[in-house]
Design a protein around this ligand. Structure first.
Ligand code: ZN
Length: 237
C-alpha cells in the first residue's frame, strides 16, 4: 500500500472511533436517566410542598388547641367566681354569665376551625405517602438506569480503546508530515481528511473533479499527493 492508501486505513479507524464517541455522547441510557432525574426533582418538590402544607396545618392546629385551652381555663375561672359565692350582685352575676356564654361560643367556633384543619390534614397524609412511594420507585429505576449507563459506557470504552489501538498501528506506517497534514484537514473538514477518488468524484465532498484535473492526476504516480479542488481533502487515486 502506498502512503495515501495507508492513510485511508487510518481514516477508516478514525471514522469508526468518531462514531463510537458520538454514541458515547448520545447514549439512550443517559437520556433516560436524565429524564427520570428531572422527574424526581419535580416529585421531590411536590412532596416537599405537601410536607410544608402539613407542617403549616399542624402549627395552626396547635395554635387553635392553645386558644381552646385558654378559653376553657377562663370559663372554669369565671364559673368559680359565679358559683363560688364571690358575689351576689345580680348585675355582676349576669355579667359573669354573659362572659361564660360568650367564651362558650368562642370555644365552639375554635373547635369548628380545628375540625376544618384536621379535615385538611387527613388527605395530606395519604398524599404524602403516595408521593413518597412514587419517589422510592423512581429511586429504584434511577439506580437501575445508572448501572445500565455505566455498563454501556464501559462497553463502548472497550470498543474505543481497541479501535484507537488499531488506528495507532495503522498510523505508524504513514510518513509523519502526511499524517500531520491529514489531521489538520480532518480537524476542519468534519472529521474526513482523506477520501478515495472514485469515477472522477471526490469521496469527501462528492463533487466531480474537472476533466483537466483528472487528466493531470492520471499522469501522477499513485503516491503523488493530490487534493480535491473543492474541499481540499487528500485524495487516494
Ligand atoms: Zn472534495
Amino acid at each position: 500500500m502506498n502512503p495515501l492508501e495507508l492513510l485511508l486505513e487510518v481514516q477508516k479507524h478514525d471514522t469508526h472511533a468518531d462514531q463510537i464517541r458520538h454514541r458515547q455522547a448520545n447514549l439512550p441510557e443517559r437520556a433516560a436517566l436524565d429524564a427520570r432525574e428531572a422527574e424526581r426533582t419535580k416529585a421531590e418538590r411536590e412532596h416537599r410542598a405537601t410536607s410544608d402544607r402539613r407542617d403549616e396545618l399542624l402549627v395552626e392546629q396547635d395554635r387553635l388547641e392553645g386558644e381552646i385551652a385558654k378559653a376553657k381555663e377562663r370559663i372554669a375561672a369565671v364559673d368559680g367566681k359565679l358559683y363560688g359565692g364571690a358575689t351576689s350582685n345580680p348585675r355582676e352575676l349576669q355579667a359573669l354569665q354573659d362572659e361564660v356564654a360568650s367564651l362558650g361560643r368562642r370555644v365552639s367556633l375554635l373547635e369548628d376551625s380545628e375540625i376544618e384543619v384536621m379535615e385538611q390534614l387527613e388527605p395530606l397524609d395519604k398524599v404524602s405517602e403516595t408521593q413518597q412511594a412514587a419517589l422510592d420507585e423512581l429511586a429504584t429505576v434511577i439506580d437501575r438506569l445508572g448501572v445500565e449507563l455505566t455498563a454501556a459506557e464501559a462497553e463502548l470504552g472497550v470498543d474505543l480503546e481497541s479501535v484507537e489501538k488499531q488506528r495507532a498501528e495503522a498510523a505508524e506506517a504513514v510518513p509523519s508530515n502526511l499524517l500531520d497534514e491529514y489531521e489538520h484537514i480532518r480537524s476542519r473538514s468534519g472529521g474526513i481528511g482523506v477520501a478515495a477518488l472514485i469515477g472522477g468524484q471526490c469521496g469527501g465532498c462528492h463533487l466531480k473533479l474537472p476533466a483537466m484535473e483528472l487528466d493531470r492526476i492520471k499522469k501522477l504516480p499513485p503516491d503523488g499527493i493530490v487534493h480535491c479542488d473543492e474541499c481540499g481533502r487528500l485524495l487516494v487515486h
